[in-house]
Design a protein around this ligand. Structure first.
Ligand SMILES: Nc1ncnc2c1ncn2[C@@H]1O[C@H](COP(=O)(O)OP(=O)(O)OP(=O)(O)O)[C@@H](O)[C@H]1O
Ligand SMILES: [Mg+2]
Length: 251
């Protein structure tokens, strides 16, 4: 029954690009409610792993279970879109539209096409958007053109959209790398707080080991397509980190 708590279960997953092995026989389990930071040197396979978890990239071999169900079974993208929310580095908001529309885009999977079109003319469920924007501290920008917002503010709009979408899992690939350090920490602390409050699961690729240790429960370090270590954040030592990033030891 333990397995009911597993949101992701990977067994011997491998992914090969041409001749490059991006992920090599990787096995791991991620439980509901965990906050996981994925770290490791460039080319280690972090983005590839995230795309496999999002089920947008198929592995050559091995098995992925999402909430106990084989990943192949999720062929209607809609079901998975409700379950998994994605934060991209470039926010992927529609800059020309007001903030409120971008927030309500979190409902698109449930609304279907017609209602979504209508919402472009008259925002549906505006209260929902207001509540979400209030939680990320942006209520005063609700009718602002999204492209007028700063990078940090746009990332907060993306978070408000997630609050509206209410996914079980959030996958993020370097969500704060486009921001200055103060903004980055602001966004990360807000994101991890919201995820904890909503009882969601978060898996984030992070450049900053410092933030990984400060805001996350578990750190998975990857190197050359393998798990190099997988530890509670407080167990990650400087020695492990210098070994992880020491490129001289790669050959
Ligand atoms: N579409 C692709 N075609 C060919 N090779 C690829 C492709 N995507 C990734 N790779 C290779 O697979 C390996 C893992 O890439 P991946 O993007 O997962 O690394 P990463 O850990 O996210 O790195 P970074 O920190 O630089 O973003 C790299 O060697 C990369 O060159
Ligand atoms: Mg990457």
């Amino acid at each position: 029954m333990q397995q009911l708590n597993n949101i992701f279960e990977l067994n011997n997953i491998s992914k090969v690009y041409e001749r490059k092995i991006a992920i090599s026989s990787l096995s791991l389990t991620i439980k509901k409610g965990e906050l996981v930071a994925l770290i490791g040197p460039s080319g280690a396979g972090k983005t590839t792993l995230l795309n496999i978890l999002a089920n947008v990239l198929k592995s050559e071999s091995g098995q992925l279970l999402i909430s106990g169900v084989l990943s192949d079974k999720y062929n209607s993208g809609k079901k998975l879109a409700k379950k998994i929310g994605i934060i991209r580095q470039q926010f992927d908001l529609v800059g020309q539209l007001p903030v409120v529309h971008n927030v309500l885009a979190g409902r698109l999977v449930e609304w279907g096409f017609l209602k979504s079109l209508l919402s472009l003319i008259f925002p549906q469920e505006k209260e929902l958007a207001k509540k979400a924007l209030d939680r990320v501290g942006l209520l005063d920008k609700i009718y602002e053109k999204t492209s007028n917002l700063s990078g940090g503010e746009q990332q907060r709009v993306a978070m408000a959209r997630l609050l509206v979408q209410k996914p079980e899992v959030i996958l993020a690939d370097e969500p704060v790398s486009a921001l200055d350090p103060a903004r980055a920490e602001d966004i990360l602390s807000m994101l991890t707080k919201l995820v904890r409050e909503e009882n969601e699961t978060l898996i984030t690729v992070l450049h900053s080991v410092e933030y990984a240790k400060k805001y996350f429960d578990r750190i998975i370090a990857m190197r050359e397509g393998k798990v190099y270590f997988d530890l509670p954040a407080e167990k990650v030592t400087d020695k492990l980190l210098s070994d992880l990033y020491d490129l001289k030891e790669l050959n």
